[in-house]
Design a binder for this molecule. Structure first.
Ligand code: HBI
Ligand code: FE
Length: 297
């Protein structure tokens, strides 16, 4: 494990605003240095979401939370979680300082390593912070890595990211939108009804409620090119949620070569986050109540 002190290489405009980005960033989880306040923040956020998510999050996510024992009290040790994860799907958590350059991030995913920020937010940041912290990454992203199909999707996404990075910034933007509308803010249809699987939602109390209960946002059936060609917002709840029918559908969407798709999308004006198209499979057309009207990302 490269534990060299990560250098802040620059501040980078990312999908969470303008945040420091680290060259490599892989460090040891400094578990013994967490304060009681840090453990209390984890326990508070965990208890809040554990109370809220049954009936909202998909069962695969809730099963993952239980299998990891994320609620056993205090911040979990990555080494303990990695024993469970390695055996289940061959993934490994690596502790990082924070957001990584896209190509570094993709390389981790392509090699079944998931970067998890080692630090946790402060008590006065319970409801919003600009960068992904330990709770967002660990509670939000890691439970689904126990699901073999979703784990395969995440690796395929990383491989796709490496290719998109080599093609250029427009391809990368298309792929970042795919991550945003699935891994971060995705919904899934189940026999019990629409459920959440996106990490950005399950790690947020407000959006865990809003994404299913509010009449304001659209909920539209997932289609790869539609998602890749749709802008998003980083500063508000989502204006559109895309809904998959299964994780198999998501994984199969990554099978074709994306190069011709990038070529088709290169000259098209991306759709606004709130748009609904004639060709959309519309589950709910939002009222747009409270929507910001300034430009999307
Ligand atoms: N780095 N550590 C970390 N975690 C992320 O979620 C992350 C990242 N770098 C880039 C990135 N996400 C986004 O560009 C994704 O949309 C690819
Ligand atoms: Fe995330």
């Amino acid at each position: 494990m490269d534990t060299s002190t990560p250098r802040k290489v620059e501040h980078q405009q990312t999908d969470r605003g303008y945040v420091p980005v680290y060259a490599t960033g892989v460090v040891e989880q400094p578990w013994s240095s967490y304060s009681q306040t840090d453990h209390d923040v984890w326990n508070t956020l965990y208890a809040r979401q554990r109370e809220l998510l049954p009936g909202r999050a998909c069962k695969e996510f809730l099963e993952g939370v239980e299998r990891f024992g994320l609620g056993d009290g205090g911040i979990p040790k990555f080494a303990d979680l990695n024993k469970v994860l390695a055996e289940a799907t061959g993934w490994e958590l690596v502790a990082v300082e924070g957001l990584l350059p896209d190509e570094v991030f993709f390389d981790h995913l392509a090699n079944r390593r998931f970067p998890v920020s080692w630090w946790i937010r402060k008590p006065d940041q319970l409801d919003y912070l600009s960068e992904p912290d330990l709770f967002h990454d660990l509670f939000g992203h890691v439970p689904l890595l126990l699901n073999p199909v979703f784990a395969d999707y995440m690796q395929a996404y990383g491989r796709g990211g490496m290719k998109a990075f080599a093609i250029g910034p427009e391809a990368l933007m298309n792929l970042t939108r795919l991550y945003w509308y699935t891994v971060e803010f995705g919904l899934i249809n189940t026999d019990e009804g629409m459920r959440i699987y996106g990490a950005g939602i399950v790690s947020s109390k407000g959006e865990s409620i809003y994404c299913l209960d509010s009449a304001a946002p659209n909920r539209i059936g997932f289609k790869l090119e539609r998602v890749m060609d749709t802008r998003y917002r980083i500063d508000t709840f989502q204006q559109t949620y895309f809904v998959i029918d299964s994780f198999e559908q998501l994984f199969e969407a990554t099978h074709p070569d994306f190069t011709p798709i990038y070529a088709r999308l290169k000259d098209s004006d991306a759709h606004a986050a709130a748009d609904v198209l004639e060709s959309d499979r519309v589950f709910t057309r939002g009222t747009r109540e409270g929507f910001a009207t300034d430009a999307d990302t």
